[in-house]
Design a protein around this ligand. Structure first.
Ligand code: IVH
Length: 669
């Protein structure tokens, strides 16, 4: 190993190692298809470093060991772009997009206009120059005319080739972005050190690119995709060919791009990604639709700001700014006092948001949220909106700090915050707010699914003392209901029918519905599958419970505690007397189907049966198989190598079943 090499041998060895490392870097960072382990890769790099340290004169700036410069920058030098980096015209509807095509057709007589649809990465525009096949300069978009020279920082991006197989002067343009994974990691670290967190990946990418120390930049794990290429004295006939050329030269392009024969295909692309964008590992804020033909692009030209041959068709925004009008306290079914921000209504991803949970006292303190503050709110996916950050520079002095109440706002009992917990709780077990919360939870769609039993009806039932505990629902009479506001004969009958139906529901739902702390749908399902009977569950010990996969001591103790309470013993026995189904699959024996009305999604391969067989089984049991995961999915059945559906299920909190659990649920044994 340590035998000394001649200068010539060293040069050859270095060249060979560089080629090998470049190859594997590309496989790993660009193609997402690593050919060797990280360990084997590290050995190659270490070997290269070792030889380079013996022959420092052989080190070139393009060596993979030279991605991270040693010297911190003193500042950024402003550089003029060779051609302005234009921005893109925006639209938010199909109608506006069709108008874009109308404008094009006025200039281009051609009947057929082809397009390329690309995802609009939410990052920062960058221009990168290569000279003599070597990485030479990277400049931010800046104001479109001039940007900052960030050459050493961009060099740290491992997916970017430092050498390309084309000696001409080449400019490539694209987007620097931060994958969600890196974004989360950065914010976690910042939280630990008490630094303010970044509001979104874009801000984090921008902050990272502007760090003066390339070593710090390297640790941020930025990435870059390219979508434009300009080669001196050469031109390709279309945008699609541009993408192919970029790929051939070793650049990372967004492979989720589509060549479209017409605008309708581009619209389908938009719709598809609007649905699927949650499954991506990076943020996209729309799609960019580009006229494919270079010749047509030239005919169209640009305005002072935008090219006329391209438009960005934006997804509805996920972030917005609004004002906090008030902070109120809501009391949940477990007695938790949750602060909620009352917001000036604002539209976010297509729906109007007028409130947002602030979680707990610590969260308000940490973010320093005050009444009258202007805040940035965010909705990712179908998830409930949250306050991301306070725009402190918009404060005017009328902001008021929130003082957390020491009593329950509903029953005025003392509120108590157990040590080590973030939540204050109302200490009164018969607090009406708790009862109301438990009733609503019991009736909710994913629990016993009592259609029609919502907020206003529950309020009336409590006020008129028609219901004091959950089992009282089963003694409600037509005469009581028909007297209530907005409850005619028809809706009273319907409600009684709905309540009757719950008696036949799956015991899994019942376990979830009775509201044991820490027992969500997934845990309820594990418990139902293990015990097959609610009475058996009620008698289980902590030891027995912790033996079940996925059940830890916290949940086990909570289950045992729940069934020990006299009021819960009474609850269980009264529900049994009312005739509710306590046994797994008992419903089936009565000739009804256990998956009645349930939507299931299959992902990955099951080992003991084909997808078709699984589908048949589900349908036989009354369920439906749907192709994509949404809020109305009841279960996702997960096999070997599951796809993005699993991720989506986890994001939306939809329960998943492995093969064994699935078979237990559907098999008639
Ligand atoms: S093309 C002249 N394609 O969006 C055409 N831009 O709002 C210039 N962007 O400044 C841009 N993804 O930084 C293009 N696939 C994509 C893009 C994209 C993100 C950014 C780019 C541009 C901004 C315009």
């Amino acid at each position: 190993m340590a035998k000394s090499l001649s200068h010539k041998q060293a040069a050859q060895k270095i060249q060979k190692l560089i080629q090998e490392i470049e190859y594997h870097e590309k496989k790993y960072y660009v193609d997402n298809n690593p050919q060797i382990s990280d360990y084997e890769f590290d050995i190659l790099v270490k070997e290269l470093e070792r030889i380079e340290s013996q022959f420092p004169e052989l080190i070139t700036p393009e060596s993979p060991t030279q991605r991270v410069g040693e010297q911190p920058l003193e500042g950024f030098v402003s550089i003029e772009h060779r051609t302005p980096m234009l921005s893109l015209d925006n639209c938010y509807s199909e109608e506006e997009l069709r108008e874009f095509e109308e404008r094009i057709k006025k200039i281009i007589p051609a009947k057929k206009i082809e397009y390329v649809s690309e995802l609009k990465m939410d990052g920062l525009g960058i221009s990168i120059m290569y000279r003599n096949g070597k990485y030479s300069q990277a400049v931010t978009r800046g104001d479109g005319f001039r940007g900052d020279d960030v050459t050493p920082n961009v060099k740290t991006i491992r997916s970017l080739p430092l050498v390309i197989d084309n000696p001409h002067e080449i400019e490539v343009r694209g987007e620097i972005y931060l994958p969600f994974k890196s974004f989360k990691k950065i914010n976690q670290e910042r939280e630990k050190t008490g630094e303010p967190v970044f509001a979104n990946p874009r801000n984090a990418a921008s902050g990272s690119l502007r760090l003066l120390d390339p070593k710090a930049v390297a640790s941020r794990q930025l990435d870059v995709v390219l979508y434009s290429i300009f080669i001196e004295g050469e031109e390709r006939p279309s945008q699609w060919e541009n993408l192919k050329t970029l790929k051939k030269l070793g650049f990372k392009i967004n492979t989720n791009s589509l060549s479209c024969a017409n605008l309708d295909e581009a619209i389908s692309f938009y719709k598809e990604w609007y649905e699927r964008r949650e499954t991506l590992d990076y943020d996209v804020d729309g799609v960019v639709i580009k006229v494919n033909s270079t010749e047509q692009q030239k005919l169209l030209g640009s305005t002072a700001k935008f090219p006329r041959w391209s438009i960005s068709y934006k997804f509805p925004a996920r972030q917005a700014t609004t004002k906090i009008k008030d902070i109120i306290i809501q009391v949940g079914r477990t007695g938790a006092l949750t602060p909620v921000a009352v917001l000036e209504p604002v539209s976010l991803s297509g729906i109007t948001i007028s409130s947002s949970t602030l979680h707990n006292q610590d969260e308000i303190k940490r973010k320093d949220i005050r009444v009258n503050d202007t805040v940035l709110i965010e909705r990712s996916g179908d998830v409930i909106p949250k306050v991301v950050s306070v725009m402190k520079d918009r404060r005017t002095g009328i902001e008021v700090k929130f003082s957390f109440p020491s009593e329950c706002p509903i029953c005025h009992s003392q509120a108590f915050r157990p040590e080590g917990e973030a939540i204050y709780r109302c200490t009164n077990p018969s607090c009406p707010a708790q009862l109301k919360g438990s009733l609503l939870h019991f009736a909710s769609r994913r629990a016993m699914n009592i259609e029609g039993l919502g907020w206003s009806l529950v309020d009336q039932l409590l006020e008129k003392n028609l219901v004091e505990k959950i089992p009282d629902l089963y003694s409600l009479k037509y005469e009581d209901l028909v007297e209530l506001e907005r409850m005619g004969p028809k809706s009273s009958e319907n409600l009684l029918d709905e309540i009757e139906k719950t008696k036949k529901r799956d015991v899994t739902r019942l376990i979830y519905a009775i509201g044991i702390r820490y027992v969500g749908e997934r845990t309820a399902q594990a418990l139902a599958i293990h015990f097959e009977n609610l009475d058996a569950l009620a008698n289980a010990s902590v030891e027995e419970l912790t033996q079940i996969e996925d059940i830890g001591p916290k949940v086990a103790e909570s289950v045992v505690f729940f069934f020990k309470q006299p009021e819960n013993k009474e609850l269980v026995s009264r529900l049994k007397d009312a005739g509710l189904n306590f046994v797994l699959k008992a419903v089936e024996r009565e000739g009804e189907k256990p998956l009645d009305g349930q939507n299931l999604v299959l992902t990955g391969a099951l080992s003991s049966l084909s997808r078709e067989e699984a589908k048949e089984m589900i349908e036989e049991m009354g369920g439906k198989v749907t192709s994509s995961v949404s809020r109305s999915t009841n279960y996702v059945v997960v096999g070997e190598s599951p796809g993005s559906k699993l991720e989506k299920a986890q994001k939306l909190g939809i329960p998943t079943l492995n093969e064994k659990e699935f078979l237990k649920l559907v098999k008639k044994d």
